[in-house]
Design a binder for this molecule. Structure first.
Ligand code: AMP
Ligand code: ZN
Length: 114
């Protein structure tokens, strides 16, 4: 728990969120500033990593659990075609330093990545 972290505060319930999915380890909620008709943010509940640069043997099972849960979360969001994005670091546009993955869809996303 990082008391200055907005996602930790969402997990704690101190900041409200539009929650889509939650289990013991992870949580998924609708992005407050959606970039597509479906825009869900998937996070580990614990502040185990600031970014993808912190993924290691200790926390890799949680990251794997996020990916193993993506089909279920996508289904709950009502999409079967979507893009998963992780912004790692400032140049990649990361603004919240609590590792997370964006699930974007609900429209033709096109073939370009950026
Ligand atoms: P990133 O730019 O990859 O760090 O993504 C952070 C995302 O968190 C952005 O898309 C924000 O719109 C989203 N976000 C920030 N605060 C909240 C919040 N309170 N509830 C939902 N989404 C949020
Ligand atoms: Zn956090």
């Amino acid at each position: 728990m990082d008391k200055f972290c907005v996602f930790c505060k969402i997990v704690e319930g101190a900041i409200p969120s539009n929650k889509l999915y939650e289990d013991d380890t992870i949580m998924a909620f609708h992005d407050i500033n959606p970039q597509a008709p479906v825009h869900v943010v998937i996070i580990p509940k614990l502040h185990i990593a600031e970014s993808a640069n912190d993924i290691n043997d200790e926390n890799k099972d949680v990251i794997a659990h996020i990916f193993a849960s993506i089909p279920k979360i996508a289904k709950l969001a009502g999409v079967s075609s979507y893009r998963i994005i992780n912004n790692c670091g400032e140049d990649a546009g990361q603004t919240v330093m609590h590792i997370h993955f964006h699930l974007l869809g609900g429209k033709d996303m096109g073939e370009k990545l950026v």
